[in-house]
Design a protein around this ligand. Sequence first.
Ligand code: CAA
Length: 405
Amino acid sequence: MVDFTLSDEQKDLREMAHNFAEKEMRSVAFEYDKDGTWPAEVIQKAWEVGLMNTHVDEAYGGPGLDYLSGCLIEEEFGWGCSGIGTSLAANGLASAPVALGGSEEIKKEFLGMLTEAPKLASFCLTEPDAGSDVSGMKTTATKKGDKWVITGSKCFITNGQYADWYTVYAKTDKEAGHRGISAFVVPRDDTVVIDKKEDKLGQRASNTATVTFNETEIPAANLLGEENKGFKLAMMTLDRTRPGVAAMAVGIARSAFEFACEYSKERQQFGVPIAMHQAVAFMIADMATKIEAGRLLTWQSGSLLDHGLRNTLAASHAKRFAADSAMEVATDAVQVYGGYGFIKEYPVEKIMRDAKIMQLYEGTSQIQRLVIAKEVLMGRNVNEPIPEAIAKQDEAKAVEEVVPA
Ligand code: CAA
């Protein structure tokens, strides 16, 4: 488990992803950031070379890559442009609940749709009044004959405007809190309306939209997993996607670090390159350590899944540390550039703006700490196999006694 030696295939994959990030993402990143240009061409190319839907099983047309390999790709996406990278990776978030909870027919239909053509899917969990507190959602799903009818609005939805289908979480029992939420796969039709495209601080090339479901009817078979078990499906999904988000944060940090290193060797002050001043050299050293530590936590969190082990704690450690580190490293990179770092003409300005969202989406850094605290205080065994790890009500109750809600 401690051995993170990459296989030849993983090394080749990383090199391929890096070349793609350099040629197709970095080359347009700063231009696309300006107007928030939708990266349609990059998505098409990434799909063609096989850098999208990498988690989809071979049975549904994907390569069925392991989680560690997914992290290698996402680090390069973060290095190339995390805005475009988020657009490329979002299918993974939407399709994990389908892979986990869909019937064979549903998996063939919806996962197959993504591997047969460069189509997109979105994960619809967040609502205006239900961000960190998922169970506060108001969207409802009502059973009518052999159909479910979904009504409600989801916000901050990555790729929402361009998605062909959505994984939607809705209340199926309004009185039951998190135990009254179910998950559904919802094809886009005329009842699905895009209300708003967000104008963002960073990751401007990714699309972030409000998606409203106006009495959207779907077949009963589109329920994912069991009725009222959607909250768990969402948590299990995030366990599987947070390693990738952490990897993207490592890529952002690495990119800021590389720019800062280069600049510190060129920029002369007091007669020497600023890298020769210990004040700057120590900042560079701290950046390097944060990147290495972030990558190790990230690889561990992906690798546990590859070994069939529960990774909730490791995923939150990785996401929290890598996201906070990306923000710190990018901010320090701006500091190394001095006043120039604050100017849009220089790359670190965009990278610092992009880094901020890593501490917010897929669970804020505070939510990761909440998960870590619960896991640590419960003293759960990280080597617990996945199936036994879910649905432990007694453990959840035990932690309530030490961690007030
Ligand atoms: N796997 C399986 N089950 C889990 C689980 C896990 N990792 N974590 C919790 N559960 C289960 C518990 O066992 C418990 O089960 P019972 O009903 O049987 O008791 C149940 O889920 C509730 O667990 P908690 O008591 O721990 O729940 P909570 O409400 O106290 O805390 C939370 C949950 C950690 C705060 C959670 O709500 C959370 O992660 N919130 C953040 C949500 C988030 O990440 N949103 C981002 C959306 S995605 C995005 O960003 C969009 C994008 O496009 C990029």
